[in-house]
Design a protein around this ligand. Structure first.
Ligand code: AMP
Length: 354
């Protein structure tokens, strides 16, 4: 679905306000938008406003909410329209605002809105990766006999929160029942049970440009997760019996062996192509393939994100890879703004918004 809103009138870049929720990667998005000559609108929860106000150089207007779900209220939508806003979804967007609100929001959005629906279902997500010919971990149905160790994932972008490791079916069933009792899961089929891949994590940041008709590998990172990354700090003599957990607390930079880039780039291109056929008109802008690289050098992708990921915050001044394409500081936030700018200049705005 292409966005068709007669009220969204654009003759030049300065007519558009780049808007996003003040969280996740918003500072980077605003910074990039400013660098490319856009106005910016920060949609902020009242309790966080003091922090974002200290970046008055980056944010021109605030829309203040008591909680994120107010985004879909009539007055908020009217204000966004009045400011001729173009929304940039990021990793926390659907999680905080809710899929129903985002899908029905009558505001143009950068990227492929329909992909958010696929992203909200972990099974559909893995299916899309598999159809793209990308190596993925083995997955199991609830109750099925598992081989080896698995990671059990809850629905939604929770930054790894609530995930657990299991070695047998009964352990999975009792933990899932407990999570259902606490209301973290509505339906047992919502959980994803995946082979736990042993290796090193590597998360690849891509940008697909419909304007230039090319896919760029703009950077990569490693997530720093508590407590799994802390466990190795324990001396071998420690006898603490703790289960690994996967709460993301930050991100670390990474460059890859150059010979591995070919596989990664091929995955990125395959992913773009599969979205063109399965979720037309196909992905626009940032996406991330999240992998574990095992000791055989296989890049096993356990997850994708169809929008800007928090790991790109490392590279507000550009990454080693973004320099190869752009030869200037190019963050993912700025790359988004650059694509919109090029689309406006070439009369192709409908290529990049839905
Ligand atoms: P996710 O929410 O799918 O991005 O996963 C959160 C974290 O769990 C990742 O950053 C990894 O550290 C870990 N993880 C997820 N899936 C796997 C897997 N199949 N094998 C090993 N580790 C995984």
């Amino acid at each position: 679905m292409r966005f068709d809103n007669k009220e969204f009138k654009v003759d030049s870049v300065s007519d558009i306000s780049i808007a996003t929720l003040c969280t996740h990667t918003s500072l980077q998005i605003f910074h990039g938008a400013k660098n490319e000559g856009f106005k910016t609108v920060g949609i902020v929860e009242s309790k966080r406003k003091w922090f974002y106000e200290s970046f008055s150089n980056l944010i021109d207007e605030f829309i203040v909410l008591n909680n994120w779900r107010e985004l879909c209220r009539y007055e908020v939508i009217s204000k966004l329209r009045e400011l001729n806003s173009l929304l940039i979804p990021h990793g926390s967007f659907v999680e905080y605002v809710g899929l129903d609100c985002v899908m029905g929001l009558p505001i143009p959005m950068f990227g492929l809105r329909e992909l958010l629906v696929v992203e909200s279902n972990q099974h559909r997500k893995m299916d899309l990766l598999s159809k793209a010919g990308i190596t993925i971990p083995k997955s199991y149905k609830i109750g099925e006999r598992i081989e080896g160790t698995v990671i059990v994932k809850l629905p939604g972008a929770k930054g790894g929160k609530g995930y657990f490791i299991a070695n047998n079916t009964s352990q999975i069933l009792s933990n899932v029942n407990e999570l259902m009792r606490k209301g973290y899961i509505k339906d047992v089929d919502d959980v994803l049970i995946q082979e736990y891949v042993v290796g090193v994590p590597a998360y690849f940041h891509f940008f697909h440009s419909p304007v230039l008709n090319r896919t760029e590998l703009l950077g990569m990172d490693i997530r720093y997760e508590s407590n799994v990354d802390g466990l190795r700090r324990l001396p071998p003599s420690a006898s603490i019996d703790v289960n690994p957990t996967f709460n993301v607390v930050g991100n670390l930079p990474l460059v890859l062996r150059e010979s591995m880039l070919l596989t990664v780039m091929k995955y990125g291109i395959n992913f773009v192509n599969i979205t063109k056929s399965e979720v037309p008109p196909g992905i626009v802008g940032p996406f991330c393939l999240e992998s574990i690289i095992n000791d055989a050098g296989d890049v096993v992708v356990f997850e994708f994100s169809g929008r800007i990921v928090a790991g790109t915050n490392i590279y507000i001044h550009g990454s080693p890879y973004s320099w190869l394409y752009w030869n200037e500081p190019m963050s993912m936030g700025r790359r988004i703004a650059r694509e919109i700018k090029m689309a406006v200049d070439l009369g192709k705005l409908n290529y990049v918004i839905t």
